[in-house]
Design a protein around this ligand. Structure first.
Ligand SMILES: *Cc1c(COP(=O)(O)O)cnc(C)c1O
Length: 418
């Protein structure tokens, strides 16, 4: 073991990206609150496989309990039931499979897709690639994922275009199955009008899945819930406690209004998986694609008990306020352009010095110089074809001074390049 540990420190650690660093401003956070790390140690030590109620009753009972705490924390109504999926991608896949089965009168699993109506799924061009992949894996095909234009400062799906696309598909003999709404999409935080999407969906009998993988954590703060107003009308919602909330990776919370349709899509019960003599128990493996399940609820239990919703709200409010203050500093500096306004703690910017012809190449050079410098970590995205630099504050250990330092580091390095 001494040799293994020595090599771990020598070879592995220097090659790791430090996601828990207070000046990690790239991608989205993948927080690991120390209490959730302790819960993970215990889970690892018990090493239980929690696929059925009977294979670890406390794990199932706790999952029901803590998901209901989270549901209440987010302000979702009573009718939603939660399950932990390993990732938002898995939750979205499960939701797309439900859309498929519902639209095919539950014949897809049994008969396969040949000879069935051509299914159609709708989202905006801002939606996460996990939606494309869910549509591929569900056998619906990229060609039947209809990506609609966006409108306005929130880069929301154009509801008129959505409604028109559904009508045109119906007229053409295709079978609309569902809509995926974005709340805080990955690029620059694009957010659909969830109430409007649900209204259009209801008019056509479609299933709605809301992808709030990152922004969902902030919905524990009542003042931010306007961002997903109307969410109570959705059928399915995913957010990742492993992103901003602080539950050690991985841990994705999936809420559905009608668990029956999820179970009808995914449950299979050979004799060896039956739990005899315990009618009415929940077997969460029937709510997800994988059969085997880790005990993920324990880290939510530790997290919520140690920090309380109030502690987590204070952290998220700080991140939002600090990021917004930082965006104002960039905005006030004529050498920079804030290219998308803060959505919670995420905004984008670029350096626009006079006399630089190729701003994309210049900003990529700036980004690489910032990351080579190593004091802060940022990533890029494309916004309406332009290369822009993303900033998000969300690490558990981030302080106001860490966030403020981003302006100093970026402007110092940018001045050196010019
Ligand atoms: C991170 C993210 C995902 C993917 O989450 P995984 O849990 O890694 O699958 C999906 N959608 C959005 C908006 C995200 O930010």
């Amino acid at each position: 073991m001494d040799g293994i540990f020595a090599d771990f420190e020598l070879v592995i650690l220097p090659g790791m990206t430090h996601w828990q660093h207070p000046r990690f401003f790239a991608y989205f956070p993948a927080n690991a609150a120390p209490v959730s790390v302790i819960a993970e140690y215990l889970v690892t030590a018990m090493a239980a496989q929690c696929m059925l109620w009977q294979t670890s009753p406390a794990a199932t009972e706790l999952e029901t309990r803590v998901l209901d705490w989270l549901r209440q924390g987010l302000g979702l109504p009573d009718g939603f039931h939660g399950v932990i999926q390993d990732s938002a991608s898995s939750a979205t896949l499960a939701a797309v499979l439900v859309m498929r089965e519902r639209a095919l009168a539950w014949r897809g699993n049994a008969a396969g897709l040949p000879g069935q109506p051509t299914l159609r799924i709708y989202c905006s061009g801002e939606a996460h690639t996990s939606i494309d992949r869910a549509v591929w894996i569900a056998g619906i095909g990229q060609a039947n994922l209809v990506k609609l234009p966006i409108k306005g400062a929130t880069r929301a799906i154009d509801l008129d275009a959505l409604d028109a696309a559904i009508r045109a598909d119906v007229a053409a003999g295709l079978a609309p199955a569902g809509i995926i709404a974005c709340v805080g999409a990955t690029g620059v935080g694009a957010t659909d009008d969830v109430a409007g999407v649900c209204r259009v969906a209801a008019a056509h009998g479609l299933y709605v899945h809301v992808d709030a993988a990152w922004a969902g954590s902030a919905m524990i703060c009542p003042e931010f819930r306007e961002l997903w107003s109307g969410v109570e009308l959705a059928d399915s919602i995913v957010f990742n406690p492993h992103k901003w909330l602080g539950a050690q990776f991985d841990c994705s919370a999936h809420f559905v209004r009608d668990p029956e349709s999820l179970v009808r899509t995914l449950a299979i019960q050979p004799e060896y998986l039956k739990t005899h003599g315990h009618d009415g128990v929940i077997n969460y493996s029937e709510w997800s694609v994988p059969l085997g399940r880790r005990f993920r609820a324990l880290k939510i239990w530790f997290l919520l008990r140690a920090h309380g919703l109030e502690g987590l709200r204070a952290m998220i409010r700080d991140h939002v306020a600090w990021a917004q203050a930082l965006a104002l500093r960039f905005d006030a500096d004529p050498a920079f352009e804030v290219t998308s306004p803060p959505i919670l703690s995420l905004f984008s910017f670029r350096h626009v010095p006079a006399g630089v012809a190729d701003l994309d190449a210049h900003n990529l050079r700036l980004l690489n110089a910032i990351n080579d410098d190593g004091r802060i970590y940022l990533t890029q995205t494309r916004l309406d074809g332009k290369l822009v630099i993303r900033f998000q504050a969300g690490a558990f250990t981030t302080t106001e001074a860490d966030v403020a330092s981003a302006y100093d580091v970026v402007s110092e390095i940018a001045a050196g390049l010019a």
